[in-house]
Design a protein around this ligand. Structure first.
Ligand SMILES: Nc1ncnc2c1ncn2[C@@H]1O[C@H](COP(=O)(O)OP(=O)(O)OP(=O)(O)O)[C@@H](O)[C@H]1O
Length: 450
């Protein structure tokens, strides 16, 4: 179906952006300048690191939230509310516990105003297609996770959407159930047993994207933007061990591990990016710190010591690590300049080599200088502490600054990470109950009661 389908675009995104007003009155841009067309006959995977705006983009396509700038068009008409051609399958199933399977599946049809007999007929058909036959009168709590997600699929498909949107539909399921459901869905799509023209799947999984999709759109972060739009031309069903499959996974890894590239919306652009482009790409005031512990960074460096294999994807495979587990650690090692990452390969930098051979105290000293040299937020905290006579600052002061650049939630996570790293390096301490960051006063006998 996919190969022969007529390539008609039915959803178009024109310069789409989304921003939110922060509690401090600042506006934060989540997504900027998204231009793309969704075509009939495609499975499209939306891939990107956490916080790159995948769900936000999907919600705008579905018309659940409006863009702050630009347009989402459905057949050349700007969306002004819910997209009539879209149904969504959510990560956590989003079923009504007090309704039976049949009633849950009928919900969307009811909202569309279908008469009772048509509702029942369409719902029963989809229940059958999706493998829930015999469970029509069961309640969600009586079903396993996999069965509940089948209800989610049946409910979305019963309304015969042109675009089936799925927001990490398999991530709440165990590995085996997820794999079964993934392939059953692919079967239904290939055999044209589901009434949908295209599928958009939001995922963190590179392998999942390359297994299912005809096109992988890779989003970058801060703000979310399209970094690559890759066609996946391998016929279904794909052999994950084949060199072609692995080359594609590798290619996506390379894109994800090169976070400093300027906005690039196509593979061609990516290939054409010059070193100069990369150098002149605007640097944000604060890097986005990956949320990992220094201990994990140390663990990765130790693994890299004396290792022949440099390819990040193969290292992840060898260690049975998911991309989401490994990439933030790679990113943290990279911002600290302990490793060098080029084209999906990673190796210890000279300082990284030295780090792995050092004692705990030496490592702390090294991290301390690396943080002060490379991490803007840690530099900022240290400067603020030095400026205060009592060497104490409230975390709220830092959060207020950060909220000019990150969402409230992300500002908190950034601060937490910077504080963890600073504490590891013994640059400063943190008092949880008062929310104060401070430098220990080593001559504090005078603070003791006399
Ligand atoms: N209603 C909102 N108000 C403020 N910020 C929001 C809102 N919704 C999302 N965000 C922020 O927008 C950014 C993108 O969120 P989104 O959930 O779209 O990313 P994602 O790529 O789907 O992330 P994940 O993979 O972790 O689910 C995040 O920083 C998030 O905190």
């Amino acid at each position: 179906m996919v190969q022969n389908a007529e390539k008609t675009s039915f959803i178009t995104l024109e310069d789409v952006g989304k921003s939110y007003l922060q509690p401090n009155g600042q506006t934060i841009s989540i997504i900027e300048n998204i231009n793309c067309k969704l075509q009939v006959g495609e499975i499209i995977a939306l891939l990107g690191p956490s916080g790159s705006g995948k769900s936000t983009l999907m919600r705008m396509i579905a018309g659940l939230i409006p863009p702050s700038s630009g347009k989402v068009k459905y057949y050349n008409r700007q969306l002004m509310g819910l997209n009539p051609g879209v149904a969504i399958v959510f990560q956590n199933f989003a079923l009504y516990p007090w309704l039976t399977v049949l009633e849950n599946v009928e919900l969307g049809l009811k909202a569309k105003g279908e008469p009772k007999d048509v509702r029942m007929q369409k719902a029963l058909r989809m229940i059958d297609v999706i493998g829930l036959d015999g469970f029509e009168n069961a309640y969600p709590k009586e079903l396993s996770g996999g069965m509940r997600q089948r209800v989610g699929f049946a409910r979305a498909l019963a309304v015969e959407p042109e675009l089936l949107c799925m927001d990490e539909p398999f991530s709440a399921l165990d590995v085996l159930t997820a794999e079964n459901l993934r392939f059953e869905l692919l079967d239904l799509w290939i055999e044209r047993r589901i009434p949908t023209k295209s599928i958009l799947i939001v995922t963190h999984g590179i392998e999942e994207a390359v297994t299912l999709a005809d096109r992988v759109i890779v989003l970058g972060r801060n703000p979310g933007r399209i970094r690559a739009d890759l066609p996946i031309k391998l016929p279904h069903y794909r052999d994950r061990k084949s060199p072609e499959f692995q080359a594609l996974v590798d290619q996506v890894y390379k894109i994800l591990t090169n976070p400093d590239l300027p906005d690039l919306s196509t593979q061609a652009n990516l290939a054409n990016a010059t070193t100069e482009d990369k150098a002149t790409a605007s640097q944000p005031k604060y890097q986005s710190l990956p949320h990992v512990r220094i201990g994990s960074v140390a663990g990765l460096l130790e693994l890299l010591e004396g290792r022949q294999e440099k390819d990040i994807y193969r290292i992840a495979q060898e260690l049975l690590l998911e991309v989401d587990d490994l990439l933030p650690i790679v990113e943290a090692s990279k911002v600290l300049e302990l490793v060098v990452v080029t084209e999906g390969d990673i190796q210890l930098a000279a300082i990284g080599e030295k780090f792995v051979k050092s004692s705990i105290d030496e490592r702390k000293d090294m991290i301390s200088s690396l943080l002060q040299r490379n991490i803007r937020l840690v530099q900022q905290i240290c400067q603020l502490l030095q400026a205060k006579r009592n060497r104490r600052i409230s975390e709220e002061l830092v959060l207020d600054i950060l909220e000019n650049y990150f969402t409230t939630k992300e500002a908190q996570r950034q601060l937490r990470t910077a504080v963890d790293w600073g504490r590891y390096a013994e640059l400063f301490s943190y008092d949880e109950p008062s929310g104060e960051i401070f430098i220990e006063d080593n001559s504090n006998e005078s603070d003791e009661p006399q």
